[in-house]
Design a protein around this ligand. Sequence first.
Ligand code: GLU
Length: 428
Amino acid sequence: MSEELNPFAIAQQQLDQAAEIMGLDAATHELLRWPMYELHVTFPVRMDDGTTQVFHGFRVQYNGARGPTKGGLRFHPNETIDTVRALAAWMTWKTAVVDIPLGGGKGGVVCNPKELSAQELERLSRAYIRHVARVLGPDLDVPAPDVATNPQIMSWMVDEYETIVGRHAPGVITGKPIPLGGSAGRGPATGIGTIVTIREALKRLDIEPQGTSVAIQGFGNVAQSAAINYVNMLGGVVMCVACWDHQDRTSYTYAKQGGIDPHFLASIADAYGSIDKEAAIQAGYEVQDGDAWLSFDADVLIPAAIENVITGQTVGQISPQVKILAEAANGPTTPEADQVLQERGIYVIPDFLCNAGGVTVSYFEQVQNTYGYYWDEETIFERLDKKMTSAFHAVHDMSQKYQVHNRMGAYIVAVARVAEACKLRGWV
Ligand code: GLU
């Protein structure tokens, strides 16, 4: 991986810039540049054909000054310790920017879950937990779903953990299905949080949301919820979605005159958000290449897949009509592209603010697990909206105060909170 696209190098660079603007002291800056703990694991899994395959995985606990470390688990063939470190750093800023009492962590296993049977996936999930259980706990470090992991995988994992410790401990993992102590509203939470931040950005830009258009990359959990709620909450139009096709091993953009129907596309997508191309064509969808979503004449762009998609090479494809880039994915924009977006005056809602809705409801899930008393969906969405709205305005106002773009504004809000907790603990 080139240094320019190494997500951890990017995360460190972003922090360095914020530290300079804020005048952060050298010790706090150095402490916040690195993960506090990281665990590398190598473990065997029995395959269906009787052979054994050896997998590598990680769990990074970036900073726990504000509370137990929190963050998802990714199953991805290109996972590296540096992607996990970067994502763990961003989790630290994410929990701080929405002001929930948690730190930041992340985990991952290098694997291609699409090539595993359900039984192999279960054995791999349980084996990973057996190897990292010693560093997990409801008051220590709490995983959740992320790229290619889901509530079923969380169920196997919580069951494995509870078997090891010999008691119920639902708060050890969030994003569980509701019968195992999951929270109402956790599934669509990240997408809903994204739409709340877009709603508030449109207000600040004095744009009426009704009838605005969006182009979305991705069609997994976050993208589907963002698409559905762009229509439901804002009365907008989803012009296209772009997603990966497992069969062709390439990606496509699906568009339709007058807007796509996210419910219909969800009904012909698999568990990983891969749309059945033939079924879409039959239903009158136009299929373009995977990058096409970026050049649509939309008011808003939502990258909701993975990191490094808006780069120095691709940023030029963005239409002059685009006013807002809402980063529902973690790390979708490289620093080179970020510079261009700033020069063009595009309003960026930075990743760890834009996609903080998921971890916010994960936190609500933990609170409910501790109480053993569960809230209804309406209460969850109301509390989620309140958290996201106030985080959005704190960032917007900070950016104006320091005359910096929103990503730096978000860093200043988050880093100041984490730095204060480190100081109060007497660490620096
Ligand atoms: N994986 C999600 C994220 O990147 C959610 C993490 C969580 O709920 O702990 O924010």
